[in-house]
Design a protein around this ligand. Sequence first.
Ligand SMILES: [Zn+2]
Length: 98
Amino acid sequence: MTPDGHGTPLHCGRCGAELRPGRGEWYVVEIRTVVEPGPPVFTEEDLAGGTEAAISELLGRLRGMTEAQLRSQVYTRKLHTLCAGCHARWTADPFSAD
Ligand SMILES: [Zn+2]
């Protein structure tokens, strides 16, 4: 059985078990991350060389980044598939290293 119809079976993102569709035996986990909502805070040290220097340094750092890199610093969305056992373990302790 190939859930995507293209011959690629789905697997659990943690244990690698093959996931069969239509049986309610696995889960899709959506993880979204959003950067803290608020304006950047500049310290005295940041502004030691003057506001223009701080802005110039910030622009310099941004200049070498692609649009996708910049976007991923603000917002990311990832989908993962988990078998029932891994889903239960992940739900109980999402930050476990296991
Ligand atoms: Zn699993």
